[in-house]
Design a binder for this molecule. Structure first.
Ligand code: SF4
Length: 690
């Protein structure tokens, strides 16, 4: 019999049918799942090949030796308790992952914020969509994704901004391609400095200058007004801040887009030609020092035209990770509280504290990812717990982060493997179950909650993350609050808490699932939130009511700002980093199957032919890339998919898979001041033949 589960990788959140047989696990797309209707991409369809147990960590490791669970958990609890007792709750930190299941995420956030009393819990989702969270909150009053994937299919114009959908959200790309094939009059615009595979579907490719997105959407807003296409009735009823946003838009310098007048005119004409317009945005928007402003510049245009809250229109953020949204829901970021409540609002904090019967709550935001590892480097963090992620490879300035972790007094890592760059410098490594072994839920980019289900038991002594976290929490003296019997019980608690959040005029409400039985949780079918006694799924804002104090959406005055660092004579090239089609993050799972390495088998540097000629680089030779933060040696790929002066390198390789290909070691740790999200796509570098 097929097990119905959800893919391990991106935020599309595809449903998977897994057939466990004597010769392995056969994978196919779930035809009934509303995210993919049977489709899968190369990564998802290879999931069955990634379930081998070779190299798995089978028992807790303390230093170089194996240990029992009791000894390891006692040690972790003792070290964290001692640091808190001696140096206070903010001397410890937790760095977690958008690949955790919601139930795991919920309990680690509860432990950190409600029982340790620190907001020093952040997540690799900081690298993914932290700017969108802030942009949504500024515009809507909450971190609300207004629309649904079906809007892509119902739209007449789809604008993709900073999103290589074809490689990074392939099934959404397939859905869009199918819709365009069925309705050839549909128009697709791709806004990206690179000519990516997504351009295959685009009627118009805008090769925007890196960082030029605010100037582009400000130009659009000014043109909306100039052409008399502002929806005055909608603004009067439902929006504030229009005049200030328009003034800022008119004052902005459209030449910062680097686009020709013809391209700009074509963009504005297409955007305005069809009311049913969806603007999809992803890492090219988020991973920027003006990421939040980019998000609001996009939302401003939708609000000014009333193109939100109805079928086939609206801004749509697509998240990178399978459960980035679940992490947002549980409040797993240093600047958020559970259930989309506000961490610095005393009433919200008190309500959560009362619900948890927690001894203490942090009064302020904690350390966001980059700041957290700066604090680790300074020695301010005495105990660090990294769960289901590999910051020593994946954060900007990765060599420095790795050294900081190595120098920390006490580091514990929970992971499936002890070979990750971070596990290699940890004091304790705890074996965790992985995809195909875990039970719980995830939420995809359009607020669809789906079940992940186990196909087999975890190997060796590996345990589920929620069990490990609760084991430590009990040993720290918080037993009563962490005596869960399973994920269903945690889910019910999370759902009940969301009812309290809803009473504070917040969007995240799944209180209708607070009484879900174990059986119904087990057979739970995918469902969009909200789910309460009066609401089920669907779009937000069709009623023109937003989650601000006055119920009106806010347009935000934004202006173009230059990238954090200019190129110069010493570092004349700009490095853009990103994913490739067949690999995922640091390749811990996708690296398990040779099939997925056939597409792109090694780290590479994509460089324009003129630049390669100038540097004396021939195709398939090696280039050395340097920034003030680190170096990498990469295979040369000559292509006019990148423009002159810009280069692209994928970010997947690690110390274990290619020590000279750790591209994040090159990336400067400049962040958006509002969101803390790093600008991972614009580091000035020098390049030379190797
Ligand atoms: Fe998995 Fe994303 Fe591919 Fe769907 S599109 S199969 S969720 S990696």
């Amino acid at each position: 019999m097929s097990v119905k589960t959800t893919c391990a990788y991106c935020g599309v959140g595809c449903g998977v049918l897994a057939d466990v047989g004597p010769n392995g696990v056969a994978i196919k797309g779930d035809p009934d799942h509303p995210a993919n209707f049977g489709r899968l991409c190369s990564k998802g369809s290879a999931l069955g090949e990634t379930l081998g147990t070779e190299g798995r960590l089978l028992a807790p490791q303390i230093g170089d030796r194996s240990a029992g669970w009791d000894e390891a958990l006692d040690l972790v609890a003792d070290k964290f308790s001692a640091a808190i007792a001696e140096h206070g709750p903010d001397s410890v930190a937790f760095y977690v992952s958008g690949q955790l299941l919601t139930e795991d995420y919920y309990v680690i956030n509860k432990l950190a914020k409600g029982f340790v009393g620190t907001a020093n819990i952040d997540t690799n989702s900081r690298l993914c969509m932290a700017s969108t969270v802030v942009g949504h909150k500024r515009a809507f009053g909450t971190d609300t994704v207004p629309g649904l994937y079906t809007d892509l299919e119902e739209a007449d114009t789809v604008v993709l901004v900073g999103s290589n959908l074809a490689w990074c959200h392939p099934v959404l790309y397939q859905r869009l391609a199918a819709a365009k094939a069925a309705r050839p009059e549909m128009r697709v615009i791709n806004v990206d400095p690179r000519r990516t595979a997504t351009c295959d579907l685009a009627d118009l490719h805008l090769r925007i200058a890196p960082g030029g997105d605010v100037a582009l959407f400000n130009h659009l807003l000014a043109e909306i007004s100039e052409r008399g296409l502002v929806d005055e009735a909608y603004l009067t009823e439902a929006v504030s801040g229009f005049e200030a946003a328009l003034d800022a838009a008119r004052a902005d310098d459209v030449s910062e887009t680097g686009l020709s007048d013809a391209d700009l005119a074509a963009f504005v004409d297409l955007w305005l030609a069809n009311e049913k317009t969806v603007t999809v945005f992803s890492q090219g928007v988020n991973q920027s020092t003006s990421g939040v402003d980019k998000v609001n510049s996009i939302i401003n245009c939708h609000l000014a035209t009333g193109r939100i809250g109805k079928a086939g229109m609206g801004p749509l953020s697509v998240t990178g990770q399978p459960n980035a949204m679940g992490g947002r829901e549980v409040g797993g970021l240093a600047n958020t509280l559970a259930c989309h409540l506000d961490i610095e609002n005393p009433d919200h904090s008190k309500a959560v504290q009362d619900f948890w019967n927690a001894p203490v709550m942090p009064a302020a935001q904690g350390l966001k990812a980059i700041d957290m590892f700066d604090a680790v480097e300074r020695g301010d963090i005495k105990a660090l717990w990294v769960i289901c992620t590999n910051p020593a490879q994946s954060l900007p300035d990765a060599d420095r982060v790795r050294a900081a972790i190595k120098g920390c007094d006490f580091v514990v890592v929970s992971d499936m493997y002890d070979t990750t760059d971070t596990a290699q410098v940890a004091d304790v490594v705890l074996p965790a179950s992985g995809w195909g072994e875990k039970f719980g839920t995830v939420t995809n980019s359009d607020r669809l909650i789906s079940r992940q289900r186990a196909l087999r038991a975890a190997p060796g002594k590996a345990r589920h993350d929620w069990e490990i976290i609760c084991g430590v929490a009990r040993r720290m003296g918080f037993g009563e609050a962490f005596n869960y019997h399973g994920p269903a019980e945690i889910f019910r608690e999370h759902a009940a808490l969301s009812g309290i959040a809803a009473a504070f005029n917040k969007d995240f409400d799944i209180s209708g699932l607070a009484e879900i039985s174990d059986d119904d949780y087990e057979t739970f079918e995918p469902q969009h939130w909200p789910v309460s006694a009066v609401k089920t799924g669907g779009r937000f804002f069709g009623d023109r009511k937003f989650f601000t104090e006055d119920g009106r959406a806010r347009m935000v005055a934004v202006s173009h700002r230059p990238l954090a660092q200019a190129t110069d004579e010493d570092r004349p090239y700009r490095l853009n980093t990103g994913r490739i089609r067949d690999q995922w993050h640091t390749m811990t799972r996708t690296g398990q199957t040779g099939r997925l390495t056939q597409h792109m088998g090694e780290p590479y540097l994509e460089i324009h032919p003129e630049d390669a000629l100038k540097l004396g680089l021939a195709a398939a030779t090696l280039a050395k890339v340097d920034s003030p933060h680190g170096s990498a040696i990469l295979r040369v790929m000559i292509s006019d998919r990148v423009t002159q002066g810009e280069v692209f390198a994928p970010l997947h390789w690690t110390e274990d898979t290619c020590p000279t290909g750790r591209v994040n070691a090159l990336v400067a740790p400049n962040v958006d001041k509002l969101s803390g999200q790093p600008e991972s796509k614009a580091t000035p570098v020098s390049i030379s033949p190797y």
